[in-house]
Design a binder for this molecule. Structure first.
Ligand SMILES: [Zn+2]
Length: 291
């Protein structure tokens, strides 16, 4: 699942490849992926791509100039769990057929290149919005401060206000924007904190470690990701992970075996040696099976 570093890298990639080019047309293959109808995607034809950025995990393509007419439009995309962006040097001229394939949306640029927004699997959660102001997208409007921009003071405030297990709270986008399942595992590991620590009981010292770890993990991942081609980005993400998706492997810090716990609708990984005083956390999924 693309999180802050990957979306930042995709935005950087689009700034390099798409900004300055005009949109030829946008084809929607998965009708359900496009969440807005006014303005229609046909309004983009002939307009230049003027910027690419992100809001939390939302990719934001600015199209047209904000100039005196205030006519800039924003194509916002949330890639969800299995969405991705594929840049192509050229396409066949045949229009995309709406259907069940992985392509949700195709953006054709006037020089013949462009990109596909794709989604693997059967759960279709990728969401695209064409709006005049990013704040019209509910998911964007409710975002908390960006995880890489939040100050230490605001970070503490927001975490303490949302009482809960730190693993979950870190990924709540209205608390902090940009962190998902993978980087919250990495951040908690770097901070040597139990995923089940309760936010409003964290000491000032633990919050310092968490804040420092968050900045270090995300900055490092952005540095590794930006400049990667979209195609190699996922591999790059995986190679930089210390605990996430590494169940059963040795911890690169202490050598203990990385363990997995089911949490909400997914799994997370942690190192008992680094994070929980050597004690494995109870896995409710396993205890249910045993009973
Ligand atoms: Zn460890």
């Amino acid at each position: 699942m693309p999180e802050l570093p990957e979306v930042e890298a995709l935005a950087a990639y689009l700034r390099e490849r798409a900004v300055g080019r005009e949109i030829d047309r946008v084809e929607v293959a998965a009708i359900s992926a496009l969440k807005t109808y006014d303005p229609p995607v046909s309004a983009l034809a002939g307009l230049p791509v003027t910027d690419a950025g992100r809001h939390g995990k939302f990719l934001d393509l600015t199209i047209g100039s904000a100039g005196s007419a205030g006519s800039a439009l924003h194509l916002l995309v949330h890639l969800a769990r299995a969405g991705w962006l594929h840049y192509r040097e050229s396409f066949t001229p045949t229009p995309l057929k709406p259907g069940k394939g992985p392509i949700a949306l195709r953006v054709r640029l006037s020089d013949g290149s462009g990109f596909d927004l794709t989604e693997a699997g059967t759960q279709k959660k990728l969401a695209a919005y064409l709006v005049r102001d990013p704040a019209e997208v509910p998911g964007v409007a409710k975002l908390g401060p960006d995880a890489l921009a939040v100050t230490r003071e605001e970070f503490e405030q927001r975490l303490r206000q949302r009482r809960g297990q730190v693993k979950g709270v870190l990924t709540e986008q209205d608390v902090l924007a940009g962190i998902g399942n993978a980087y919250s595992d990495e951040i908690l590991h770097a901070a040597k904190l139990s995923p089940f620590a309760i936010t409003d009981r964290l000491s000032a010292e633990a919050l310092d470690r968490l804040y420092t770890a968050m900045r270090a993990v995300l900055t490092d991942a952005v540095t590794r990701s930006v400049g990667q081609q979209a195609a190699t980005l996922k591999g790059e993400k995986r190679s930089g992970l210390a605990v996430h998706a590494r169940t059963g492997l040795p911890c690169p810090v202490c050598g203990d075996t990385i363990r997995e716990v089911s949490f909400h609708d997914s799994n997370f990984q942690y190192c008992p040696g680094c994070q929980t005083g050597g004690k494995p956390l109870a896995d409710r999924r396993l205890s249910k099976l045993i009973r």
